[in-house]
Design a protein around this ligand. Structure first.
Ligand code: CTP
Length: 406
């Protein structure tokens, strides 16, 4: 069953001395809420900024400091922590801790544990821009990268020194997303390529106005996240949305149905699975005015022309060129849900269609929940009762995993 890859994983979160240590508390909290088992190590400098008790309170587990290195309970605490870790993240990673990691120095609990660990290492630098740009720090960064560590950030922005520059640690949610992605890579869909469309296309009338729809992109983005969680490589072709794309997705922003058609056509050759979750406009203005249409023009009618049905074109491509392509569509219906969805399944030559009743206020467009029925080519139907779009997406991805197995 597809689930958040962080669930039940041992995350070793090593916190060194940077004011960004407060963000590590939020990260530990988010990871714990996702079901991860978070072991925190604080350096002496980190202890001056946040306490072990703070971490213990959010993780429900002992947080370790240098006093544990020579401590009473276990004399090889660094080995225990290193062995059970599925992944180690140093966040914030100060210039000093990065130097120790790069050169194999083991003079505190963080650095000896890093020496003992064989799991993937993720480093989230946080320091002043000048320290980050220093040739010594850059050389250490390169050593760590060449040794296989993943470096995430730092970002440009306001620094504790009052200056602006590159050195800000990424936010907790971003660090969480990187860990989630790295831990997903060997899951069942590893090596499978997914092409997913999302959002509602916009068809320009003039430079300020467009014909659009209520799609928020939530379902398509949630499907991209669920496919990534299951190990897939995901290209996400998205019409404009306010959502942040999942870490690891190759985002291709588009605006109109025509743009989406072009990008889908460019990428379909490499795909094993295509999911068309986008609400693509069926009509566009026959002409788009280069200048703003003025009130005085007394526009009474709009001349529209049909767009290409992308999914139908994909169905034809599947028939003539690539029968192995697994094609999944959505059917947004306000009446005769299953009958209309079934017609689209056949007519567009799909393997699977997800029927969506958009007449309900708690399902379909722009809300967080959905209730769908999956229709298969052999006539089978499977209802997924009302749930949030994340869970619906996991169930759809599980269904696709089964179809790929067949
Ligand atoms: N679709 C598409 N290109 C279009 C219109 C729709 O690829 N120009 C895809 C959608 O992404 C969805 C499926 O076709 O996966 C069904 O879309 P929907 O809007 O439910 O139906 P239509 O085929 O547009 O038919 P109608 O609007 O008449 O219901």
């Amino acid at each position: 069953m597809t689930e958040n890859p962080l669930k039940n994983k041992h995350i070793l979160l090593a916190v060194s001395g940077s004011i960004a240590a407060y963000k590590a508390v939020e990260l530990a909290s988010q990871l714990t809420k996702a079901g991860a088992l978070v072991d925190v190590i604080l350096t002496q400098a980190a202890e001056k900024l946040v306490s072990a008790l703070t971490f213990r309170s959010v993780t429900g587990r002992k947080a370790f400091t240098d006093s544990d290195l020579w401590g009473n309970e276990e004399h090889v605490v660094h080995i225990t922590l290193a062995r059970r870790a599925d992944i180690m993240m140093v966040a914030p990673a100060s210039a000093n801790s990065m130097a120790k990691l790069a050169h194999g120095i083991g003079d505190n609990l963080l650095s000896v544990t890093a020496l003992a660990a064989t799991c993937p290492l993720v480093v989230a630098p946080a320091m002043d821009a000048g320290m980050f740009n220093h040739p010594a720090t850059q050389a250490n960064l390169k050593i760590l990268q060449e040794r296989g560590a993943t470096i995430v950030g730092p970002a440009e922005g306001h620094l504790a020194s009052g200056l602006k520059g590159k050195g800000r640690m990424l936010e907790a949610a971003e660090l969480y997303a990187h860990l989630r992605y790295i831990l997903s890579r060997s899951n069942e869909l590893a090596g499978k390529k997914f092409l997913i469309s999302a959002g509602g296309t916009q068809e320009a009338l003039d430079p300020v106005r467009f014909l659009g729809n209520h799609s928020s992109g939530k379902q398509g983005f949630a499907l991209a996240q669920a496919a990534l969680d299951a190990g897939a490589e995901v290209t996400l072709i998205s019409a404009p949305t306010s959502l942040t794309p999942p870490v690891g997705a190759n985002l291709i922003p588009v605006v109109s149905a025509e743009d989406m058609l072009m990008q889908v056509t460019n990428h379909v050759d490499q795909a094993d699975v295509v999911i068309m979750a986008a609400a693509v406009a069926d009509f566009r203005p026959a002409t788009s005015s280069a200048q703003k249409i003025k009130k005085e023009s007394k526009l009474k009618e709009l001349d529209l022309e049909p767009t290409t049905d992308i999914l139908k074109a994909l169905g034809e491509y599947k028939k003539s060129k690539k029968p192995s392509l697994l094609l999944v569509g959505f059917a947004a219906e306000s009446e005769h849900l299953l009958e209309n969805a079934s017609k689209k399944l056949e007519g567009k030559n799909l393997n699977l269609i997800i029927a969506n009743d958009i007449s309900r206020s708690d399902a379909g467009f722009a809300v967080d929940t959905n209730e769908v029925t999956m229709l298969f080519r052999d006539g089978k139907q499977l209802k997924i009762p009302k749930q949030n779009k994340e869970v619906i997406s996991q169930k759809i991805i599980d269904t696709i995993i089964n179809l790929l197995r067949d």
